[in-house]
Design a protein around this ligand. Structure first.
Ligand code: AMP
Length: 281
């Protein structure tokens, strides 16, 4: 497994290889969710590149950039075990030299949900992902459905900027109690961790209503809110039931596939999760 620490070296490595290249961008602190993306790439592609980079541009002031978990040695061991071809580990100075001044922005999908709660977040995401796409030039790039809006924003950016890259969506990997795996779960106290299962329970309540024929977005939203509000340690940031493609909120009847997405604080830790409601024809 090649460890590549700078842009030039990565570009040289890319020039020297042939066959299909799969790419998995991450911020490290790898868990089974990340590794499921890596496995999908290894199965489908001749070569797999993983990047590990905690991207300062996607954190807002007062967010957890400084505290973000860093477990590099364990991450590298897990990637070696899976026989990843190369890991790109750029330093901040490589990605954002002091005179850096170019940013990439998607201006529709990015404005909603996470974009409202975390202004500037997607500008950071689309900028780093487009830089990584330019450096690594993958044929396939793997993203988790756990970050449903991010997946949609990246698909849109890929189309709008004519990247010749297939974006592959991978299912959310969950703990046995339903909590979506996340590097941020490490912040939870034991008690918060136990109670965090309420998030998936609430999403599942919403889905069960929908599958029993309920189509009123308010009613489903209220059921999700009620379940989470019953947990005193949980504080809702937003609960959304939106059109799965446009992310525009449903006000009355759900008339197309819907994305139910939530952001919830457990103590000081902000967690996101989502579930899709599919209208069968
Ligand atoms: P991050 O390191 O949080 O930037 O995530 C890197 C990639 O892993 C993103 O495409 C995430 O959507 C994906 N990912 C994170 N958690 C999970 C999970 N529980 N299941 C599936 N994919 C995940």
């Amino acid at each position: 497994m090649e460890l590549i620490r700078n842009v030039r070296e990565c570009q040289l490595w890319r020039r020297g290889v042939s066959g299909s290249v799969g790419f998995v961008p991450t911020m490290g602190a790898l868990h089974d969710g990340h590794l499921s993306l890596v496995r999908a790439s290894i199965l489908a592609c001749d070569l797999t590149v993983v990047s590990i980079y905690v991207n300062p541009a996607q954190f807002g002031p007062g967010e957890d950039l400084g505290a973000y978990p860093r477990t590099l040695e364990m991450d590298l061991q897990a990637l070696r075990d899976l026989q990843v071809s190369a890991v790109f580990l750029p330093a901040d100075g490589e990605m954002y030299p002091p005179d850096y001044s170019t940013f990439v922005m998607e201006e529709q999908l990015s404005a909603r949900l996470e974009g409202q709660s975390r202004p500037g977040h997607f500008r950071g995401v689309t900028t780093i992902v487009s830089k990584l796409f330019n450096i690594i030039r993958p044929d396939y790039a793997y993203f988790g459905r756990k970050d449903a809006q991010q997946l949609r924003v990246i698909r849109k950016m890929t189309r709008d900027l004519n990247y010749n890259i297939d974006i592959v969506a991978c299912p959310t990997v969950r703990e046995p109690d339903g909590l979506a795996m996340s590097s941020r779960n490490q912040y939870l106290t034991e008690n918060e961790r136990r109670r965090a299962a309420v998030i998936f329970r609430a999403l599942s309540d919403g889905k069960a209503l929908f599958e029993n024929g309920e189509r009123n977005a308010h009613l489903i939203r209220n059921a999700v809110i009620a379940r989470i509000s019953a947990e005193p340690l949980a504080k809702i940031d937003y609960i959304s039931i939106a059109d799965d493609a446009s992310l525009i909120e449903f006000e009355g009847e759900i008339t197309a596939d819907a994305l139910v997405s939530v952001a919830v604080f457990l103590g000081r830790t902000r967690l996101i999760d989502n579930i899709t409601l599919r209208l069968k024809n």
